[in-house]
Design a protein around this ligand. Structure first.
Ligand code: HEM
Length: 300
């Protein structure tokens, strides 16, 4: 079974920015009615033999019902990123671990959906808005259930297919490895940013010491570098949040460093060929940058 990214899942459900905003707009109403929705769910759980058997222990009951409430309130935070996805995966795994039948999860989600529709019916007067809100919420709850049930499917596959077991262990290892590499990347970027700020300070120092031309051009060059590094960090942050990877940022880095090199070369009165070479490089990278940004904008 292919590993799906959260971005892909959201796209499959056509879960758009509009859906996100609509759900965030429901926050106050749902906060006010959370007690009602959650008590409907807990009443069903406690009134259903197979489900209630998990909650003979009162502390566990309290703990899980509170966790369900937190999960419910987060549905309307308006942020549906990788951390939201990971929480769902975790919820799936916990229930598989405790042998909670998938059937109960389906029904629990169904209850949450019905209760929310009931709340909307009471609070939303415009018919079109009412329908739109139900659709957005329906998508999010279905996505959540979809992710949660994946844990069950994974478990079943693991039991029946040893090859899948190996594959999933491999994927888990690769994921952990890539996460630690992301950490290395972020730390390296922070280190580089500090380095560039230092470079900027040195350039400003030259400026103060009276070397006006060198100081200004140098400082401008290091500011350009700082700007791309910030851009790189933003790319990494949005990548970690589950966003799309933009290759244009890296071409931007090449472009900016070449521009900086040219500025410095002009200052040092380098040979004319050297400057021609740098200008040609800027032209080529510039065209590539423009082409890539155009395709990225089109696929966004
Ligand atoms: C919308 C449906 C549900 C959601 C969102 C949900 C959410 C959660 C969460 C977040 C936890 C982890 C708590 C922690 O941080 O340790 C959890 C644990 C658990 N849930 Fe659910 N749950 C749902 C439905 C159910 C149902 C229907 C049952 C039983 C039939 C159930 C039984 C359990 C059990 C046994 C645990 C483990 C408790 C422990 O750690 O001791 N859940 N649930």
């Amino acid at each position: 079974m292919p590993v799906r990214s959260f971005r892909e899942i959201k796209h499959d459900y056509r879960f758009t920015d509009e859906d996100e905003q609509r759900l965030a707009g429901l926050k106050t109403v749902m906060d006010d009615h959370a007690d009602m929705v959650m008590s409907t769910l807990s009443l069903w759980i406690m009134g259903t033999k197979g489900a209630a058997q998990f909650f003979t222990d009162e502390t566990r009951q309290k703990h899980v019902f509170e966790a369900q409430r937190r999960w419910f309130l987060e549905l309307f935070s308006g942020v549906y990123d990788n951390s939201f996805y990971e929480k769902l995966i975790k919820i799936g795994r916990v229930h598989v671990k405790f042998n909670v039948d998938a059937h109960y999860m389906n029904r629990a989600m169904n209850i949450v959906k019905n209760s929310c529709i009931d709340v909307l019916q009471r609070t939303e007067e415009v018919k079109e808005e009412y329908t739109n809100k139900i659709i957005s919420l329906g998508k999010l709850l279905d996505i959540s259930l979809d992710v949660i049930t994946t844990a069950y499917i994974d478990e079943e596959l693991k039991t029946y297919s040893p090859a899948y077991k190996v594959k999933s262990a491999l994927i888990a290892f690769a994921e952990r490895f890539s996460q630690s590499m992301n950490l290395v990347l972020v730390l390296a970027l922070i280190g580089l940013t500090i380095g560039v700020v230092w470079l900027f300070v040195i350039d400003v120092g030259k400026l103060i010491n009276g070397d006006l031309e060198r100081g200004i051009i140098g400082a401008l060059g290091s500011l350009l570098l700082l700007w791309v590094i910030i851009e790189l960090m933003n790319t990494e942050i949005s990548h970690l949040k589950g966003g799309k990877f933009h290759i244009s940022v890296f071409i931007g880095v090449a472009l900016v460093t070449t521009i900086r090199e040219t500025m410095i070369a002009t200052l040092k009165h380098e040979k004319a060929e050297m400057i021609y070479y740098l200008v040609a490089a800027i032209l080529v990278i510039g065209v590539v940058y423009w082409l890539v940004v155009r395709t990225e904008d089109r696929t966004r």
